[in-house]
Design a protein around this ligand. Structure first.
Ligand SMILES: *[C@@H]1O[C@H](CO)[C@@H](O)[C@H](O)[C@H]1NC(C)=O
Ligand SMILES: *[C@@H]1O[C@H](CO)[C@@H](O)[C@H](O)[C@H]1NC(C)=O
Ligand SMILES: *[C@@H]1O[C@H](CO)[C@@H](O)[C@H](O)[C@H]1NC(C)=O
Length: 333
């Protein structure tokens, strides 16, 4: 077919435009700005089998995943809502025994009051082929010191820290963003307006404390003096569900220790609400020493064997999750 010259030129120009636009769209479709990875479409096809939109998905099963599937149960909600707040007698008795109170307040009345102060929403239980939620769980180990993990930690969608966990002055090693801060009344710190406060309650009084700490400030003492007020956004408060707490203890720790540590509970929260979990600052440093990254003095051996937590068993389970590619462990220095 013989086209006039101007039509040839127009066809070429159109073709050029089409290629440019396609390349542009393609690049932006697969470039995830919140992640350090360029998501090549062949990786998406090859690796995640449609369980989620990340390269690695929590719910994606490998051949030898019996150990994982026997334990992993997505129908136990990690966070408390009005609807899932009713505890079975079994759960209530176990939970109330953790830090036994002599005369606990009426649990359902306290929960009722709680959800008048904080929002009642089902969050994060939206796993599916469209979702890629990457999470950094940041423990407080001294192995973070000099690790230069800051940028890597900050590149996840969620950055979960716990207890004191200062970032100011340690940004290069621990990062600066915090989306979720896990704490209990005795370890509470002030947060900025955007950070989610995740409270782990060990007793009914802890729920009364969070109500009070966000409003009147009347609860000043649990079994030790506690902060009577806390700086945090009431709309960003989440409560770790006691039913989930017990499930973690029984299914994952098989009853080892008296109850799971904050670190393990935070890790397990991530395993249940994230598609990709990166773990930092857990365990001893390379020299086998235990300390916090913000302190120079070493923690005594008693720290690992308090009788409350079974650190060795928790570490074994964490290592198994890493071996089975469910989480990635960054061991620092
Ligand atoms: C998962 O948890 C739900 C709710 O507690 C329970 O009914 C169900 O039996 C559990 N599934 C497995 C496989 O353990
Ligand atoms: C707690 O309060 C509710 C509602 O006010 C009541 O129905 C329930 O019997 C109370 N439970 C206990 C153990 O006193
Ligand atoms: C904190 O966030 C809330 C929304 O959750 C907003 O209404 C409020 O203005 C913010 N406060 C500050 C001091 O930024």
């Amino acid at each position: 077919m013989k086209l006039p010259k101007w039509r040839k030129l127009r066809t070429l120009a159109l073709l050029f435009c089409a290629i440019t636009v396609t390349t542009f769209l393609f690049t932006f479709t697969f470039w995830d700005p919140s992640s350090r990875f360029y998501k090549h479409p062949f990786h998406l096809l090859a690796s995640s089998k449609g369980q989620c939109a990340c390269q690695q998905c929590m719910t994606e099963l490998e051949d030898d995943d019996a150990w994982f599937t026997e334990r992993f149960n997505l129908s136990v909600h990690p966070l408390m809502t009005r609807d899932n707040s009713a505890l079975s007698d079994d759960t209530f008795n176990w939970w109330q025994w953790l830090q036994s109170e002599s005369r606990p307040a009426n649990f359902s009345e306290v929960v009722d009051e709680l959800f008048q102060v904080i929002p009642d929403e089902v969050l994060y239980m939206d796993a599916g082929p469209e979702r890629c939620r990457t999470c950094s769980v940041v423990g407080n180990s001294g192995n973070l010191k000099g690790s230069q993990y800051g940028r890597l930690i900050d590149s996840s969608h969620f950055i979960i820290r716990m207890n004191q966990a200062p970032t100011a002055g340690f940004e290069e090693d621990v990062g600066s963003r915090t989306t979720h801060h896990v704490m209990y009344p005795e370890s509470a710190i002030d947060l900025d307006n955007a950070t989610m406060l995740v409270l782990i309650p060990f007793k009914t009084l802890d729920l009364q404390w969070i109500i009070s700490a966000l409003t009147t400030g009347t609860v000043k003492y649990t079994y030790v003096p506690v902060k009577s007020r806390i700086k945090a956004n009431k709309d960003n408060v989440l409560i770790y569900n006691p039913t989930f707490f017990k499930y973690i203890y029984e299914s994952w720790l098989e009853g080892h220790g008296r109850y799971p540590s904050t670190g393990f509970l935070s890790l397990m929260l991530a395993v249940h609400i994230c598609d990709e979990v990166n773990v930092f600052g857990f365990g001893a440093d390379q020299a086998g020493n235990w300390h916090h990254y913000w302190e120079d003095n070493l923690l005594s051996g008693a720290f690992r064997h308090t009788g409350v937590h079974d650190g060795d068993f928790e570490y074994k389970v964490t290592q198994l999750l890493a071996d089975k590619h469910k989480i990635q462990m960054f061991k620092g220095r």
